[in-house]
Design a protein around this ligand. Structure first.
Ligand code: AP5
Length: 217
């Protein structure tokens, strides 16, 4: 299965992707995670992306499309895309690139949740710099305060989760990424998922939608 997961910053895309790939044996490709790794490695791409990410804007399409096309090319089987495509142009380029190898997106999941809720989620998010595990100071606490359950590393806050940057990220989402939902609505199966619920409830809903998809194939 080739799946696109859409949703505002903080809608829970990363959280749900981890559960989806575990159950369906798919690869999780997060454009944000790839960019953060490029930054940590000090690559040219990472340096170019830095200012856009820190201000809550989007990294230019020409950098992202090439980066993601390269990552997707390495995958023979299914994947879940998280954070990409984020503009209509990126979605068009993705379709073109998949079509070259006779592939297409099988389904799109759109996580729906309001701005106030996601702002709270983002400012309370903490993550493990070593393994990438994601927590929340109220909703998903680690067993030991401030430490990763998996490897004991000190949890950190993403620089773009500061309140002023979160506002810009949400503005960017409404302006540039929401139209991607309309793009997919016109030629793909789009499942809208109420993401203003308990994490486990959302996962069950997604798995149910996936079982319909698998049995329809
Ligand atoms: P990226 O890393 O993709 O960030 P994002 O889309 O803003 O999404 P997040 O990772 O912040 O949120 P999420 O939906 O994954 O939520 P999570 O599961 O962590 O992008 C970062 C930047 O990179 C962009 O701003 C841009 O500059 C650049 N970039 C990336 N891709 C790009 C592209 N394609 N084009 C151009 N630029 C690009 O959950 C958030 C928190 O909420 C966690 O603490 C979690 O525990 C908690 N939580 C999750 N679900 C629930 C729930 N149901 N109830 C309560 N709490 C919950």
């Amino acid at each position: 299965m080739r799946i696109v997961l859409l949703g505002a910053p903080g809608a829970g895309k990363g959280t749900q992707c981890k559960r989806i790939v575990d159950k369906y044996n798919l690869v999780h490709l997060s454009s944000g995670d790839i960019l953060r790794k490029e930054r940590a490695a000090g690559s040219q791409l990472g340096k170019k992306a830095q200012s856009y990410m820190d201000s809550g804007g989007l990294v230019p399409d020409e950098l992202i499309v090439e980066m993601m096309a390269e990552a997707i090319k390495q995958l023979a089987d299914g994947f879940v895309l998280d954070g990409f495509p984020r503009t209509v142009n990126q979605a068009v380029e993705l379709d073109k690139s998949l079509a070259k190898s006779g592939q297409k997106i099988d389904a799109v999941l759109n996580l729906e949740v309001d701005d106030q809720r996601v702002a709270k989620r983002l400012t309370g998010r903490r993550s493990c710099p070593e393994c990438g595990e994601v927590y929340h100071i109220e909703n998903l606490k680690p067993k030991v305060d401030g430490k990763c359950d998996k490897d004991g590393s000190e949890l950190t806050q993403r620089p773009d989760d500061k309140p002023e940057v979160v506002l810009n990220r949400l503005e960017t989402y409404h302006k540039l990424t929401e139209p991607v939902v309309d793009y997919y609505n016109s030629n793909n199966t789009v499942y809208n998922v109420n993401a203003d619920r308990d994490i486990g409830e959302i996962t069950s809903d997604i798995f149910e939608k996936f079982s319909q998809l698998v049995s329809a194939k």
